[in-house]
Design a protein around this ligand. Structure first.
Ligand code: UDP
Ligand code: MG
Length: 241
């Protein structure tokens, strides 16, 4: 079987109410694109009925694939499993909680020919005020310390050419730094403004404590990697002469 053109990679941790709605929204948007696709859900050890909802969705739509973790391993781990298993030339990520809208996928794809990574930018955030402020501070500090210009690297709605993933190895927390890591490898990134919706069902898996402190430590690691990146130009390789 030929690989699909698009792989949609979606990490899922306790999102049972969101899955049927997300699947139906995805189906509508993807059908209108006229491209072949697979939807890869990674159930990150959910303790609710997310896996059952996914299996039901797959019965209706064979383009759905499911990877189910034995236990919760974290969002970056779930995304890593998705990236490794994805078969499409273009890989699109989004959250399972309907905060990102599948309707924005065509906006990302429109930029894809010229760029390797297209990042969604939640210009109007629909989160509690404390989250909006902490995210603003985090983005400002992150950009200052890692010499980055991307406004909203925490937005999960992104599209990547699959070649990006041949270059890097992911560590916990690194899903927040993917554009920076890929730019270090010479890939071209651009941002497009996308919608953002309040979470209607289920709970956010992050809070100030587990997000701000950990992602600050991750930022120091990325800053170190950027500073210590090995760069050289080979003038001549004598073995070729
Ligand atoms: N998620 C996951 N494993 C985790 C935490 C989160 O797969 O350990 C998924 C979650 O189900 C959602 C996405 O990652 O699809 C983003 O999580 P969340 O919506 O809680 O983050 P927020 O939008 O609050 O930053
Ligand atoms: Mg969310």
């Amino acid at each position: 079987m030929n690989p699909p053109e698009l792989s949609i990679v979606i990490p899922v941790y306790n999102e049972e109410e969101n899955i049927p709605i997300l699947v139906s929204e995805l189906k509508g948007t993807l059908a209108s694109l006229g491209k072949s696709y697979e939807i890869l859900f990674i159930d990150d050890g959910s303790r609710d009925n997310s896996l059952e909802r996914l299996v039901e969705a797959r019965r209706e739509n064979p383009a759905i694939r499911i990877i189910s973790f034995a236990e919760n391993a974290g969002q970056t781990a779930a995304m890593d499993a998705g990236f490794r298993s994805a078969r499409g030339e273009i890989i699109i990520t989004l959250d399972a909680d309907l905060q990102n809208s599948p309707r924005d996928i065509p906006l990302l794809l429109a930029k894809m020919p010229e760029y390797d990574i297209v990042c969604g930018w939640r210009a109007e955030r629909n989160d509690p005020w404390i989250r909006k402020i902490s995210s603003k501070i985090a983005n400002t500090v992150r950009n200052a310390l890692s010499h980055e210009t991307i406004h909203d690297t925490g937005c999960s709605l992104k599209a990547y050419k699959r070649a990006c993933f041949e270059k890097i190895k992911l560590y916990h927390g690194m899903h927040r730094f993917l554009p920076t890591l890929f730019k270090m490898e010479g890939f071209r990134a651009v941002e497009v403004k996308v919608g953002h919706h309040p979470r209607k069902y289920g709970l956010s898996k992050y809070n100030i404590r587990n997000r701000l402190f950990r992602s600050f430590m991750d930022l120091l690691a990325v800053r170190w990697m950027k500073k210590r990146q090995i760069r050289y130009q080979i003038r001549k390789d004598v073995s070729d002469l």
